[in-house]
Write a protein that binds this ligand. Structure first.
Ligand SMILES: Nc1ncnc2c1ncn2[C@@H]1O[C@H](COP(=O)(O)OP(=O)(O)OP(=O)(O)O)[C@@H](O)[C@H]1O
Ligand SMILES: Nc1ncnc2c1ncn2[C@@H]1O[C@H](COP(=O)(O)OP(=O)(O)OP(=O)(O)O)[C@@H](O)[C@H]1O
Ligand SMILES: [Mg+2]
Ligand SMILES: [Mg+2]
Lengths: 229, 229
């Protein structure tokens, strides 16, 4: 499904300052895989997720989907990949503050589902699945931190993507709500064969995956199959 | 130091919809106290912190500092309270995106420290204390999620406030960095008698406090001294 090969990303700042955020990262994700990405703050996890989500371009190496390099994709192909085939949960949510929760969640469906009524129905369903059926008309500023996080998660699920990339999806959730959300994601992975890649700093969440990749200073220092707990 | 008495907060939305976020919350915090606030997503924790931080007004009940009701404070007194006497770490950081990390951290010092050179020096020190000495000139968008969180923490410490209110301060930090940050805050509490109120969903973090308050649906359901682990 997805392959990262020797991926590098360097941020260049004014005055010759460079931050080598990724220094040659390689791994692959097959359909139905469940991968946890861990590592210290600043080790390059979000940078990696942005690259494999085709939201950013590597400075070195390749990112391929079903063998096709994202560099060779047209704008239309990239839009389809980012908005329909991949569901992305951002570390800082990136919700649109002037739209309600439901309209935020309905956004990715614009690329695929032509009827506004159908988009609204599916967005409502996704919000109910994350426990926010009674918050559909609230705007992000009218929601708690954990509720905003769950809106971002609902938006990532609504197109039934082949791959979910989630950056700290439980960072603002109490333990029980966090487990409910992970259970929801794992159910989707089990039922539909959706691949799940989750960045997390919580060992209990990382332990639920079938594979664990650890980053340090922009390099992979561990990539191991594990028995999920 | 701080007293909340029968505090209520109701959000009124269009069309007669009301969300009773806090329905009568009472507790007190003395100098040097270390309190953890826990509860499910949406239970009212951030709302409570905003009220005790004098960033919002209760619809019912009272918030008092050293016996003085915040409702009776002048704008100048409130500015001093919010920016100097209290250090606030927001769940969504609220950093200014056009300023560097150092300038963000120096902001609260404007209310107290007249020399730009001294503000710069103290801001640099605070950033070094949270492990970001090599990121002082980065803007928030040029920082990882956990680095942004630590900038917000440094900003809350820089005026050496009497009370630190921290909303999920380790939500984006790996376990080790999170422990280093809590160690830093606890050191300040032990050395300077600073009161620490921390909202957290992580049981290991909550267990470090001397007292634990649990919220559910806008009410206090537990307020107990505990042996820190
Ligand atoms: N501006 C607002 N308008 C309407 N409702 C609001 C507003 N802000 C918050 N709420 C609601 O008030 C309730 C309490 O919100 P609050 O942010 O205090 O929760 P919390 O305990 O901090 O949650 P979390 O753990 O998810 O951060 C939530 O149900 C939320 O939907
Ligand atoms: N736009 C940018 N310009 C310069 N440096 C950047 C930029 N974005 C990120 N960085 C740096 O790149 C490194 C990796 O950032 P990244 O966001 O990938 O880390 P992370 O592993 O997700 O961290 P966290 O766990 O704190 O979220 C960090 O040291 C950060 O300071
Ligand atoms: Mg990150
Ligand atoms: Mg909150």
């Amino acid at each position: 499904l997805l392959e990262a090969e020797a991926v590098e990303r360097t941020y260049r700042m004014g005055g010759d300052v460079e931050v080598r955020a990724l220094r040659g990262v390689s791994f692959r994700v097959d359909r139905g895989d469940y991968v946890a990405i861990v590592g210290t703050s600043g080790s390059g996890k979000s940078t990696l997720l942005n690259l494999i989500g085709a939201l950013d371009r590597p400075d070195g190496g390749h990112v391929r989907y079903d063998g096709r390099d994202v560099r060779e994709m047209s704008d239309t192909e990239l839009a389809e990949l980012r908005n329909v085939r991949i569901g992305f949960v951002f570390q800082s949510f990136h919700l649109l503050s002037r739209m309600t929760a439901r309209d935020n969640v309905a956004m990715p469906l614009v690329y695929r589902t032509s009827s506004p009524k159908e988009r609204r129905r599916r967005a409502t369903e996704a919000l109910e699945a994350v426990g926010l059926g009674d918050r559909v008309d609230h705007r992000p500023t009218e929601l708690s931190g954990g509720q905003q996080q769950r809106v971002a998660i609902a938006r990532a699920l609504v197109t039934e993507p082949a791959l979910i990339l989630a950056d700290e999806p439980t960072g603002n959730l109490d333990t029980r709500t966090g487990e409910e959300i992970m259970g929801l994601l794992e159910g989707i992975q089990a039922d539909r064969g959706t691949a799940l890649v989750v960045i997390t700093h919580e060992p209990e969440i990382a332990g639920r995956a079938g594979r664990r990749i650890e980053l340090r200073d922009g390099l992979v220092v561990a990539d191991a199959v594990q028995i999920p707990t």
